[in-house]
Design a binder for this molecule. Structure first.
Ligand code: G3P
Length: 215
């Protein structure tokens, strides 16, 4: 299972990347806005830290403009994946980008049928937003299960990125379901590394180690 970091903060990405566990990064306009930095500059720096898929979202809403923006973003680095919202115009743009061999991550996916369309388009990644479904009392992870079943039925190669991850259980369930990727905020990444019993165990070993006579 691949771990992506869902942030545009380069300090967070640098710190997480030191673990050797980060396989890619996903950004979106909201995450970049939080950094207060210029869009392309942030993306370029992220590409210099992580050698994996780096998702950059288009801001245009009309297909031809999305394609132009995507081509420009793809020019930043060969690892850039273009995030396209799952709208009618987004579908048209994605079809063109697939044809141009530009990697696409379809984002803002909330239903199995939307995901079916992504698989049929042949995009590289689909991003179901599980947290935002939970927010409206739909079980977000049920959508992931449905997508995995549908993609299995047709042997689609599109990889499932569990997105809008809000807690460690989303990551655990993603792994249990066999999702290819979970993209998580830095806070969640830190949480899954930690276990209180491990920390207590280390403390106990250290205090016992201090009692061992030195030669
Ligand atoms: O990966 C998508 C993510 O950035 C959206 O998360 O918490 O705003 O729903 P959230």
């Amino acid at each position: 299972m691949k771990f992506f970091l869902d942030t545009a903060h380069v300090e967070e990405i640098r710190e997480a990347a030191e673990t050797g566990l980060i396989d890619g990064v996903t950004t979106n306009p909201s995450l970049v806005a939080k950094t207060g930095r210029e869009y392309r500059g942030v993306l370029k720096e992220i590409c210099s830290i992580v050698n994996g898929s780096i998702s950059a979202e288009v801001m245009a809403t009309e297909a031809d403009q999305m394609v132009n923006e995507a081509q420009s973003l793809a020019g930043i680095h060969s690892n850039i994946t273009i995030k396209i919202p799952m709208t009618g115009e987004g579908v048209k743009a994605a079809a063109k980008l697939v044809h141009l061999n530009i990697p696409v991550n379809m984002t803002l996916v909330f239903s199995p049928l939307q995901a079916l369309i992504c698989g049929k388009l042949g995009v590289d990644y689909v991003s179901p937003f599980v947290g935002r479904l939970d927010d409206i009392s739909h079980v977000g992870m049920d959508l992931v299960q449905d997508i995995i079943q549908i993609y299995g039925n047709y042997e689609y190669d599109t990889e499932v990125i569990v997105a809008s991850v809000r807690n460690p259980l989303h990551v655990l369930e993603a792994a249990q379901m066999g999702a290819h990727i979970a993209t998580m905020p830095f806070t969640i990444f830190k949480q899954i590394l930690k276990h209180p019993l491990t920390d207590i165990g280390v403390e106990r070993f250290l205090s016992d180690a201090a009692k061992i006579p030195r030669s």
